[in-house]
Design a protein around this ligand. Structure first.
Ligand code: HXC
Ligand code: NAP
Length: 270
């Protein structure tokens, strides 16, 4: 078996929302495989720290502050990144925000804030990246969530936004396939130690209940997601586009989730 498919030496990985959690884990995995990495997120301190950690792995890395809701800041980031490392070979789009709230407890601005980051932000990232993607050959990976297809109380904003993200994946796969650009969604299940999971399972009890819902009876690890990202970006993924791929221990096969206990616990915390 030829494992050189997983050697990304000299390739350019760009990660939107790449300064922490799952997306930063993906950046680290590609950096270890030789890629030159750009990470962007809102916080200048977080992107600078992320770039330093990636450089410590022995690769070239750039951290740039940009908000996916602001096309001007994104345009500047893409221009600086491609001036430094050349065309983007792999684009990971995973900037997101979340909190538990019932639809009635959500102001229009609360709903809009998550839709703006997750959905409009993904559109902005993909649209503005297009000019900088290697054509043919680039691979775009959107980081979705099970809320995209599992109706989930207290998550109206995320459900609506991530469903839109997955539809965007499929539309762009059709529009960009002839250019040799592939685009897929990874749908992570609950990943241990992340901000996203902390917000949905803030107590021991809610974390245990979440784990028991997973058919494989364990939480995910960041490597579960970064390995799928590497597979998709490698030659082994060269005929995969427009796919919505759960990496979730089978959670997508179970029914709607009940976050009422977690919502009550996080209400007490506020
Ligand atoms: C009700 C809330 C709220 C809450 C904020 N709002 N938190 N409403 N319940 N708990 C409302 C505010 O009152 C405001 O509405 C509006 O949302 C915008 O809030 P801001 O704080 O001004 O927004 P902003 O500074 O842009 O911050 C965005 C954010 C924040 C999403 C609210 O939490 C954030 O930056 N999150 C990034 C990190 C993160 O969430 N990571 C997890 C990703 S995981 P009003 O009307 O008062 O103006 C994920 C889920 C995947 O995406 C699934 C995991 C299994
Ligand atoms: P995280 O650590 O909070 O990651 C979110 C990242 O997005 C951060 O780097 C954040 O940095 C950045 N970000 C937020 N708003 C932004 C904006 N407006 N513009 C640019 N960057 C922004 O959360 P995570 O739990 O690892 O989640 C990562 C991804 O996985 C998300 O897409 C999430 O929906 C998905 N997911 C997570 C889980 C899970 O179990 N954690 C499950 C399913 C799906 P700044 O604060 O510096 O902006």
């Amino acid at each position: 078996m030829d494992l050189s498919a997983l050697d990304f030496t000299g390739r350019h990985l760009f990660v939107a929302g790449g300064s922490s959690g799952i997306n930063f884990g993906i950046a680290q995995a590609f950096a270890r495989a030789g890629a030159r990495v750009t990470v962007i997120s809102r916080s200048p301190d977080k992107v600078a720290a992320a770039a330093r950690q990636l450089q410590a792995l022995g690769t070239q890395a750039l951290g740039l502050a940009a908000d996916v809701r602001h096309p001007d800041s994104l345009e500047r980031a893409f221009a600086a990144a491609s001036a430094r490392f050349g065309p983007i070979d792999v684009l990971v789009s995973g900037a997101a925000g979340n909190f538990l709230a019932s639809a009635l407890d959500m102001s229009p601005n609360a709903f809009k804030t998550v839709v703006d980051i997750d959905l409009l932000g993904s559109f902005n990232v993909a649209r503005l990246a297009h000019a900088h993607l290697r054509k043919p050959g680039a691979c775009v990976i959107q980081i979705s969530a099970g809320q995209a297809f599992t109706p989930t109380p207290f998550q109206a904003h995320v459900c609506a936004a991530k469903a839109g993200v997955d539809m965007l994946t499929q539309v762009l796969a059709l529009e960009w396939g002839p250019l040799g650009v592939r685009i897929n969604s990874i749908v992570p299940g609950p990943i241990a130690g992340t901000e996203g999971l902390k917000r949905l399972a803030p107590t021991e009890e809610t974390l245990d209940a979440m784990t028991q819902r997973v058919p494989l009876r364990r939480l995910g690890r960041i490597e579960d997601i970064s390995r799928m990202a590497m597979l998709l970006a490698s030659d082994w993924g060269s005929w995969i586009t427009g796919a919505i791929i759960p990496v979730d221990g089978g959670l997508a096969l179970t029914g709607p989730r009940d976050f009422s206990a977690a919502a009550a616990a996080s209400r007490r915390d506020r």
